[in-house]
Design a protein. Sequence first.
Length: 73
Amino acid sequence: MQETYHIRIKKDYAAAIIEDLQKNDAVELLPDKKTFEVPQWQIDEVRKSKEYYRQHPEELIGWDEAWKLIKTD
């Protein structure tokens, strides 16, 4: 299993080292997960759910009950 690590480069010379590693095909630079877009249909569904539960709060359950349901399935 290949693991993925995230690093924060704090010094200019470290950035040059990373560039050298990339040129030697020793590392692969991946885009930050924040760059992925959420599809509009998914945003619309979340908004519908939020509005529904705002109007029907009696149908909401607490975290403890939700966790029990997750663990038993």
